[in-house]
Design a protein around this ligand. Structure first.
Ligand SMILES: C[S@@+](CC[C@H](N)C(=O)[O-])C[C@H]1O[C@@H](n2cnc3c(N)ncnc32)[C@H](O)[C@@H]1O
Length: 262
């Protein structure tokens, strides 16, 4: 791949100007608009090369794919270059959407649609996507969730609005891929709510710290209602992680999402 194909990476000056003083800013739509006005590219967690092997078995060239909360990530381009032609990206930030449209157009990736939309109220008909993908977007909802074992009711209701929408727009055998910091102990009770018919599995990727790659297959929940029989790893107290193990802003993000009393 040609390194000049992408816009410039985020510079140190850009980084300083976009990094918030508190993770609560991630809940503020104005924060994202300002950030995307000043930043060309930032990849939350890891880039596609780190989880390509996990995504590929689930996305075919004929799949219709929805990416939720695309920001200024290159994930949609990478999928496109891997042969997936029918991709729709959404983001709540009008600035992210405008800049993403410009970037894709400048590269000739005209087929990728980019729309301003709220993941809590998805503007799509029922059962229209084969795959829905989110990377770091659902985690934003958890930055003010309080105790991860017992998240605030307001957080739970937003997460349920998001998951309900994703479940609705997926085809009967569709797959939701969630790439997240949130650990299975905390995400499973939400993913496995009785109203959803998907099974729940996960993998991890990353070198030092592990990121979670959840695979939710609609219509595959086992008859006893259990989404997965995978053994849960013990939850990792986030404060014990070394800063060096996490990149960029991942550290402030993580300590808000899975913060536990140690
Ligand atoms: C942590 S960033 C992740 C960006 C991108 N997915 C990545 O991996 O680099 C979260 C993104 O979600 C978007 N976002 C936040 N709330 C949203 C909502 N309710 N609906 C759609 N997008 C939202 C933000 O504008 C931002 O682009």
């Amino acid at each position: 791949m040609d390194a000049n194909q992408y816009p410039k990476e985020v510079t140190l000056t850009e980084k300083k100007s976009v990094c918030p003083s508190t993770a609560l800013a991630y809940l503020d739509p104005q924060y994202w608009d300002e950030r995307f006005s000043n930043e060309e590219h930032y990849e939350w967690f890891k880039d596609y090369s780190h989880f390509r092997h996990l995504i590929q078995p689930h996305v075919k060239p004929t799949s219709s794919v929805l990416e939720v909360g695309c920001g200024n990530s290159q994930l949609c381009e990478e999928l496109y270059m891997d042969g997936v032609a029918e991709i729709t990206c959404i983001d709540l930030s009008a600035v992210a959407v405008m800049k993403m449209q410009e970037r894709l157009l400048s590269k000739g990736y005209k087929e990728i649609k980019v729309l301003e939309a709220d993941m809590l109220d998805l503007p799509f008909g029922n059962e229209c996507f084969d795959v829905v993908i989110e990377k770091g977007t659902m985690d934003v909802l958890f930055v003010d969730s309080g105790d991860p074992w017992n998240p605030q009711p307001a957080t739970v209701s937003k997460v349920m609005a998001m998951l309900g929408g994703v479940h609705r727009v997926l085809k009967p055998d569709g797959i939701f891929i969630s790439i997240a910091f949130g650990q299975p102990h905390f995400r499973r009770p939400l993913f496995e709510a009785p109203e959803y018919t998907w099974s729940v599995e996960w993998r991890t990727f990353g070198d030092g710290f592990h990121y979670f790659f959840y695979i939710l297959r609609k219509g595959r929940k086992s008859s006893n209602g259990e989404g997965s029989r995978q053994k849960l790893p013990p939850p990792v107290p986030s404060m014990s992680l070394l800063h060096e193990e996490l990149e960029g802003e991942d550290f402030i993000f993580l300590t808000k999402i899975d913060e536990m009393d140690s």
